[in-house]
Ligand binder design. Structure first.
Ligand SMILES: O=C(O)CCC(=O)C(=O)O
Length: 384
């Protein structure tokens, strides 16, 4: 809860910082607000801090949700669709708001995000997608979260999280990588390890997401302890072909993936034979099919379009034998994706930290916050 308290108290502090030169995603300017705004904010902040000091946990969360609604629903200013220009420069033309954040005003929604009543979720059974002798094993719950709940969730995520655009040097090639999406990660240690083994402590899972995670666990019959959240501002943001087959996730990991906002293509393709990892002998049902393996272009592919509220579960041998990606697309709007995973080791949590929040030693440790007036992420401070 300390994080939320900090956010409520510190939400108004600090102007967006100027980005440094040489960044691949440099927007060429900070985009701060005027001095009058700063004074007004400072007064509001001190009043807010006094109120926050009196609040219990639930009141604080409700206040955070109320403030996030106020932050996204700026009167007289339509919310903009994230377009190709949004990350790099303000877009003067605001089109359809893919997140519909400007429509949020219903106070009953605060309790919805705290409690996640069953009515928030579809009761339709999953479609099962099973290919090549079960090597691809997916559950697909279309529109799993109902329209009202998902609209509130995506708005809450945008407004409340501290986002990162991690850049790092790939050790093998010394190549500089700027992650082409905004990321956040939360998790809890279940190994009982000395916390000193975490150079940066895992971020506590916020209550809204912890309660949602329980619902995903019930729906998918699996347990999770880590969340990675991606925000794709537009079609230039992406994730390239990869598989989440790290040993720290266990031999046959179940990963649940929830989509919010604009629809995006989700491609899966069979791995090349040399890349297929054989799980331990204890997984008797495993048989390493060779059908269809070959050059990337001729490998079997599964193409799906993930839409607002869809939940996809990747199970069984999927991570061992298939890769997945969100390819770049022209004209895509903003999209958030939450993956729920179970990390078994300290190294796993540290890995998530490194690639989704960055390290203090990185030369760019900026935090990004959603700026409702600009309709895009801006360097800022605070956030969960
Ligand atoms: O955005 C998505 O749907 C996929 C995300 C993903 O593959 C990942 O975070 O590893």
């Amino acid at each position: 809860m300390a994080d939320l308290k900090t956010w409520l108290g510190g939400r108004s502090e600090g102007r967006p910082t100027k980005r440094r030169k040489g960044q691949d995603d440099d927007d060429g300017g900070g985009g701060g607000s005027g001095d009058d705004d700063d004074l007004g904010r400072a007064i509001k902040a001190s009043k807010l801090e006094a109120r926050v000091a009196e609040m219990d946990e639930e009141t604080m969360l409700r206040e955070a949700i109320r403030l996030s609604e106020a932050a996204v629903a700026v009167p007289g200013r339509p919310m903009g669709e994230e377009s190709a220009s949004e990350v790099n420069k303000p877009s003067p033309k605001k089109k359809v708001d893919p997140f519909q954040t400007s429509q949020l005003s219903d106070h009953t929604d605060a309790s919805l995000l705290l409690e996640w009543p069953d009515s928030s979720f579809s009761s339709k059974p999953a479609e099962m997608i099973n290919k090549l002798e079960g090597s691809l094993d997916l559950l697909y719950f279309r529109r799993w979260i109902n329209a009202h709940a998902r609209q509130h969730l995506r708005s809450w995520l945008l407004s409340n999280l501290a986002w990162h655009r991690v850049s790092y040097t790939r050790p093998s090639t010394k190549q500089r990588i700027v992650t082409p999406r905004f990321t956040a990660t939360f998790g809890r240690d279940e190994t009982g390890a000395d916390m000193a083994r975490y150079p940066v402590k895992p971020k506590e899972i916020p209550q809204v997401l912890g309660t949602l995670m329980k619902k995903v666990e019930e729906q998918t019959s699996a347990r999770y302890n880590a969340l990675i959240i991606n925000y794709y501002a537009d079609g230039t943001d992406s994730i390239s072909y990869h598989s989440d087959d790290e040993s720290f996730l266990g031999p046959l990991p179940t990963i649940a993936s929830l989509s919010l906002g604009s629809s995006r293509d989700f491609y899966l393709r069979r791995k090349a034979p040399a890349d297929v990892e054989i799980p331990p002998a204890s997984t008797k049902s495993f048989s390493m099919g060779t059908k269809g393996h070959g050059p990337a272009a001729s490998r079997p592919t599964e193409k799906m379009t993930l839409s607002d509220g869809d939940l996809v579960v990747m199970r069984g041998r999927t991570q061992n034998e298939w890769e997945h990606s969100i390819p770049k697309r022209a004209n895509a709007g903003g999209r958030i994706n939450i993956t729920f995973r179970r990390v078994m080791t300290v190294a796993g949590t540290n890995n998530f930290q490194r690639y989704n929040r960055g390290l203090p030693s990185d030369d760019d440790t900026r935090v990004y916050r959603w700026d409702s007036r600009e309709g895009r992420m801006m360097p800022g401070s605070g956030g969960l």
